[in-house]
Each structure stands twice: as structure tokens, then as C-alpha cells.
Write a protein that binds this ligand. Structure first.
Ligand code: ZN
Length: 331
């Protein structure tokens, strides 16, 4: 399902902005640095005159000096970097800084869409920009073990909450590390406020950072899309968007569904959820689901086939601990 023109244009405009911004920033950095280190000007002049000589020689068919000139220019560029570092700047301070170095913020690698373009489509379709704000501060670098007590053994896991969360984080890290080579799904479950959503955010950030397409939906949002997909007919304005949304839910590298059990489920949503989980399973695309529900409640809320799909194809990660949201108020 192709995107509409205005959607493509929205994304391309964002790329234009990025390129403009990085050019502008580079210009500012250049100005600052050249004022501080006048010797850079002299090196630039030498580099330019070297390049002109090379061009003239090769036009004249004389290749004998080309490699020497090339070496000289490389040395001069190296000297520029050394000058920058000696003055307290990063060696690449005068290089453009791209949001996506893989495609240099063009959105394409050759004729193929870059992973960042694919993610931009997903972000646009699901209005996911809020997720980016959240994962900027909820990620592995800010994940705190301090909320998990170590002074009692929790019955269901046979471990202290701290020992348990260490194991869960380790499992999650393995999931991320092996994401491209082994197909795995996670069910993160436990009471309210023990850090399930935080952990899902950590996973989302890690996989977005390693160039994967990630769709993050609350159960409520997912069911809303599944329902619209079923009931919106093709003369409705939203039809194409919903088809697109549905397609990407089945196709994205990672689908995260937060908090299943909070939506109103019925036999219709049940079968839609099964279709979604099952299709992704057949395509060997990973899914992460989090829930407050216990196993018994999961079984009661969803059909037998959903329950058995999940228990047989998902790594079950139980998080235990006190309610972090309450705890934070006292820390
Ligand atoms: Zn890119």
C-alpha cells in the first residue's frame, strides 16, 4: 500500500530540514573554529592548490605526480585534524554531523529506502513522535536497579526482586543482541508499577538505535487499529492510512504492545489479536507484549489459541517488586 503524496512530502520535507540544519550548524562551527585557529586557512589554501595542480596534470595526461599530490593532500587534511584536536575540538568537528550517518540524511542508500526512512513512515502513520520523547529519558542508561529490594525472596520467582530483575535485564539484553540472528518474542508481566513499560521503552530505544523499524502501541491503540481495519470501507478517507497501519503492524521488525488486558476484549478483538500475533509468528517477526494480567487472567480474557501461542512462543519474563511509582514519591 503506497503512501499518499502529502505523506511522502511530509517526510521528505523533514529530510530537507535536517540537511539544511546540518549545513547551517557546520557553517557556524566553521566560523567559530577559523576565527580561533587562523592556521587552518593556510592549510586550506595548500589543499586547494594541490587539488588544482592534480586536476591540471590529469587533464594534461600526466599521471606521474598524481599519487604524490594525493598523499600530500591527505597529510594536510591530517594536519587540520591535529590542529583541531590540539585546540580542544573533536577531530571531526568540521565534518557534517548527520542524524543518520548511514544515508547522510538523504533517506536513501543507493535506490533503496534507508532504515531511517522506513521508521519515518511508521512514525508518521502512528503519530509515534511521543515515543521518541519518552525513550530519550526511559532507556537502559537510566534504568535503575535501586527500586528492586534485595531483602526478601519473592515466592513465585524464588528470588529476591533484585536478583530477578537482573535476570530479566540480562534476558532482554540477549534478545536485543541476537535480534537479527534469532527469532524471539517476549511477554513481560507483573503487577502495576514494577517497570514493565520502562523495560519495553528500553527495548524500543535499543532497537531503533540499531536501525530497526519499531512500532510501539498500547493495547488500546492496537485494538483501535484492528477494529478500524475491519470496519472501514474503501470509500472512507482514512481507508488507505488504516490499510497502511495494519500492514506495518504485521511487517515491522519489532512490534511492542503495551499493557494488554486493559482494552475491552470480545470475541471479535480476540480473533483480530490472534491474527496479528499469528501472522507475525509465521513471518518470524518479533513481538514484545506487556501485561498486568496473571496467567489465569490471560487465559480467562483471551481465547485458548492466543494463550497457547503466547505461552509456547514467548519468553516469559516476570517482574516483581514494589510499585515504583509510589516508591519514587518517597525517594
Ligand atoms: Zn538513514
Amino acid at each position: 500500500m503506497a503512501l499518499k503524496n502529502y505523506q511522502i512530502n511530509t517526510i521528505l520535507r523533514e529530510y530537507d530540514n535536517r540537511l539544511f540544519q546540518s549545513k547551517h550548524d557546520l557553517e557556524l562551527r566553521r566560523k567559530e573554529v577559523y576565527e580561533k585557529i587562523p592556521a587552518l586557512d593556510e592549510l586550506d589554501r595548500k589543499i586547494v592548490s594541490g587539488s588544482i595542480r592534480s586536476a591540471k596534470l590529469s587533464l594534461a595526461g600526466d599521471d606521474s605526480l598524481l599519487s604524490t599530490l594525493k598523499e600530500e593532500n591527505q597529510k594536510l587534511s591530517e594536519q587540520k585534524k591535529q590542529l583541531l584536536v590540539a585546540n580542544g575540538y573533536a577531530a571531526d568537528y568540521l565534518e557534517p554531523h548527520y542524524v543518520c550517518p548511514d544515508c547522510k540524511d538523504t533517506g536513501y542508500i543507493g535506490t533503496e529506502k534507508c532504515h531511517c526512512f522506513k521508521q519515518a513512515i511508521v512514525d508518521l502513520l502512528y503519530a509515534q513522535s511521543n515515543v521518541k520523547d519518552i525513550i530519550a529519558h526511559e532507556n537502559f542508561s537510566t534504568f535503575s536497579l535501586a527500586y528492586y529490594p534485595d531483602n526478601f525472596v519473592e515466592e513465585s520467582t524464588g528470588m529476591t526482586p533484585l536478583a530477578n530483575i537482573r535476570r530479566v535485564v540480562q534476558e532482554t539484553m540477549n534478545f536485543i543482541r541476537n535480534f537479527d540472528t534469532s527469532y524471539q518474542n517476549l511477554l513481560i508481566y507483573g503487577n502495576t508499577g514494577v517497570g514493565k513499560t520502562f523495560l519495553s521503552n528500553c527495548i524500543a530505544k535499543a532497537l531503533l538505535d540499531s536501525a530497526h523499524t519499531v512500532i510501539y502501541l498500547t493495547a488500546f491503540q492496537l485494538f483501535d487499529i484492528l477494529e478500524k481495519y475491519k470496519f472501514t470501507n474503501n470509500n472512507n478517507n482514512e481507508y488507505d492510512d488504516i490499510q497502511n497501519q495494519f500492514e506495518h503492524i504485521l511487517d515491522c521488525d519489532l512490534l511492542i504492545v503495551d499493557d494488554i488486558g486493559t482494552e475491552l476484549s470480545n470475541s471479535f478483538t480476540n480473533s483480530q489479536l490472534y491474527q496479528c500475533i499469528n501472522e507475525r509468528h509465521l513471518k518470524q517477526k518479533s513481538t514484545v507484549i506487556s501485561t498486568n494480567l496473571s496467567f489465569d487472567q490471560l487465559k480467562a480474557n483471551y481465547s485458548e489459541r492466543i494463550f497457547s501461542r503466547i505461552t509456547s512462543n514467548y519468553t516469559l519474563l516476570k517482574i516483581v517488586g514494589n510499585d515504583i511509582r509510589i516508591e519514587k514519591q518517597f525517594m
